[in-house]
Design a protein around this ligand. Sequence first.
Ligand code: ADE
Ligand code: ZN
Length: 338
Amino acid sequence: MNKNDLIQKLPKTELHLHIEGTFEPELMFEIAKRNNIKLPYDSVESLKNTYEFNNLQEFLDIYYQGVNVLKKEQDFYDLTWAYLLRAKADNVVHAEIMYDPQSHTERGIDFDYAINGIHRALQDGQSKLGISSYLILSLLRHLSENECLETLQLAIPHLDKIKAIGLDSSELGNPPEKFTRLYAKADELGLLKVAHAGEEGPPEYIWSALNILDIDRIDHGNRCLEDEKLVDYIVKEKLTLTVCPLSNLKLCVVNDLRKHPIKTMLDKGIKAMINSDDPAYFGGYVNDNYKAVTKALDLSEEEIIQLAKNSFTGSFLSSEEIAKYIAQIDRLKKGVLY
Ligand code: ADE
Ligand code: ZN
């Protein structure tokens, strides 16, 4: 079996995916039209031409502009359903999906519209596509902690639909410790905790996300490699890093995929796994990410299989469900390698 076939065949999860980052230009134009909104671009092509970024902030400016056309519950349903169809095609069997409630409430959209539309699509994803999922309420770190606490308050009637809290948006200048009370409150509410850390921010941000916010999983975490003690700690604690190769390339976190740290992470024993982050903007969904790093770093079949296994062990699925998928991968591995 060639490596691309193996990537296609492996069951996998996606744990670092912003639903707003799956908004394909074609769907954006369609929803804009039915909501009578004029986009500041005259075609899909001219919109796509803006997808050139020198850093995270340049991307975020375009990404927040894109969500402006999402107004109704059905819009959020359609956005999520389109992602689930794409995930199914890549043999994603479980997804832990982030959404940014504040990028909608800040525009005057009722809090309930986004969460209800996304949740309804996720339920259909389970019943019609067999994809299980959890929802992560991701808060915007460029806003104040009090604003984030107010948003978390709005989520309380919906806690049955939310698995974890997350932290995204502009990392530099907005360190994890700014959100100490927010994460303590989320913990009190019984939510699991993840946070973007070490994408552009220094290793100290990863330390404080772990020590102060007490996160269960690190989103990105690339810059942990600059701190040997941190690497040792991540390995010892079996912490998972949700790594996003094509995102790292598009946002200039790495300037060449051949220099991407995913292989070094595996070599050091870090539980890294692969995700698409914002696939509509970064040029590919999860299998495209696996294929791109496999080619650039000449990953072996063993390494590809390890990445798929890490995608399950790093998930918030039960240990029984994880064991079921690991056994499935081991059966596939037997057929491929022996
Ligand atoms: N929001 C969406 N994608 C993001 C990323 N890669 N980093 C921080 N915030 C984000
Ligand atoms: Zn992200």
